[in-house]
Design a protein. Structure first.
Length: 488
């Protein structure tokens, strides 16, 4: 059974000798998390550089260090004043109060994490608002404590991302800063996306206790009356957030063709993408992530109503499958587990924007095109990208798209608009493969006049695909060939 927590626990004020401070000042202190100064130290003799979060008064804090060009992460916990958040007398079960779930939105930068968050929130509200007697879905909002009278200040955070409302794991901009200032090998930037997965956690702080600290840092910025609490951070720290979960947790990852978004701004973006996703898919295939779905950005743009209905089915199936571990009296709310009434239609429009053309939202920006051309003009980078295109991309359904939005028969490594084929216009990988397959078959029977796109529904990633991805990372054209190892 997964642990549960008391939402009212707040980080202690050192001045109160470790007792919980429930005054307004506690919420104000949380609002200062991202403005606290960091310390940077360089030891030339040992060839190490470290960057540490200012840990004054914090239950847990992160530290980055680089030794001999390799970036590492460590998470510390204070011995005093330390509140053992997992002790039985401190933790009250939520089962008598409400049924709640956390949804984490993952992905690389500029790949549609914000759009995915909005679509999931909208879909949850549309689907369950009538049946539930409480707010359905809440996303992080830096203004929420202020609007509730719990803080005297509004909290600004870029895109209201969860990484900016906590100090337990290193936010991406600090990883990037450390990577640049310590002169790490430029080709190793893919690791930054999943760095928290590799953080070493002090023995004095169990993952459960750490999860309680993290949740209590996040909770003031959610509407805690909601059934679904949505957190979005553009990284792939899936394994870390799974290990530290304190509520049933669905991980939704969005994946996009690397050269069209080029989140790193580097001609070797394909290499970083391959590194980050080989790691993530290997974690998913290991069976260590209980509840997840991987969504192609291009599918969300081109076939988004079908994809969103499939996400709701993943949600419904997971709630049913998790069963006695989480729900009140061992039962999930009937409102959350009733069969979906509609399957979705093939509406080819990105509703977030006014334009009716999906091509606009699939076409690379000029900066990405320029970096793409730079890669094609460099022999090793060009050879690597060609292999990525021929050996890996077909497994994700990528296709070339004309200016008018039509799919071409051939996928090339040349700069241009990339979409996804109709057969891949669905959830790519998921923990709920059997349920998705039944859902698709049911939809095809109900809507005989309309084909429900997707020739196959994704289960867990295949080891064949993961092996091919890692072999390409070990290829002579890959600058990372010496670092890539298999997951134990």
């Amino acid at each position: 059974m997964s642990p549960v927590i008391n939402y009212n626990i707040l980080p202690p004020n050192p001045a109160t000798d470790g007792k919980t401070d429930t005054s307004l000042k506690s919420y104000d202190s949380l609002a200062k998390i991202n403005t606290t100064k960091h310390e940077s130290q360089v030891n030339e003799k040992k060839n190490t550089t470290s960057l540490k979060y200012d840990d004054q008064g914090k239950l847990a804090f992160w530290e980055l260090n680089v030794r001999d060009g390799k970036i590492n992460c460590q998470i510390h916990a204070h011995a005093h004043p330390m509140r053992i958040l997992s002790s039985n007398d401190e933790i009250k079960s939520i089962k008598s109060d409400r049924e709640q779930y956390v949804i984490h939105i993952h992905g690389l930068h500029h790949t549609g994490t914000g759009y995915l968050r909005q679509k999931i929130q909208d879909a949850l509200n549309d689907e369950f608002a009538i049946d539930l007697n409480s707010p359905v879905a809440s996303v992080h909002d830096g203004s929420f404590p202020y609007l509730q009278g719990l803080s005297s200040k509004r909290r600004y955070a870029p895109e209201n991302e969860g990484q900016h409302f906590q100090n337990v794991f290193p936010p991406y901009h600090q990883r990037k800063k450390m990577f640049s200032e310590a002169n790490c090998p430029q080709f190793d930037f893919g690791k930054l996306a999943y760095l928290a997965d590799e953080c070493i956690i002090d023995n004095s702080q169990s993952k459960l206790e750490l999860g309680n600290v993290l949740f209590n840092e996040w909770s003031p910025y959610w509407n805690m009356s909601a059934t679904f609490l949505i957190q979005k951070t553009p990284t792939l720290d899936v394994h870390f957030l799974e290990q530290t979960k304190v509520l049933p947790t669905l991980h939704v990852m969005i994946i996009r063709h690397p050269m069209t978004s080029n989140s790193r701004g580097h001609k070797w973006m394909g290499l970083g993408w391959l590194d980050a996703w080989a790691h993530t898919l290997e974690v998913l295939a290991s069976g260590e992530i209980e509840w997840y779905a991987v969504v192609p950005y291009e599918a969300l743009v081109q076939y988004h109503k079908v994809v969103v209905r499939e996400l709701l089915e993943v949600l419904r199936s997971g709630i049913l499958r998790l069963g006695n571990d989480f729900q009140i009296d061992g039962r999930a709310s009937s409102a959350l587990t009733k069969p979906l009434e509609t399957c979705g239609s093939d509406n080819r429009r990105l509703e977030l924007h006014a334009s009716n053309s999906t091509v606009t939202f699939l076409t690379p920006k000029s900066a990405s095109i320029s970096l793409w051309k730079n890669c094609n003009s460099a022999q090793k980078c060009n050879n690597f990208l060609k292999q990525l295109t021929s050996d890996i991309f077909p497994s994700f359904g990528y296709v070339d798209v004309t200016d008018s939005g039509k799919h071409k028969d051939e996928l090339t490594s040349n700069p241009g608009t990339k979409g996804i084929s109709r057969d891949f216009g669905h959830i790519l990988f998921s923990s709920e493969g059997d349920a998705l397959k039944k859902f698709k078959e049911s939809c095809e029977n109900k809507e005989n006049d309309q084909e429900v796109n997707g020739s196959g529904i994704g289960y867990e990633p295949s080891m064949e695909l993961i092996h091919a991805m890692k072999e390409l990372l070990r290829n002579d054209n890959s600058p990372l060939k010496e670092r890539i190892v298999d997951r134990e």
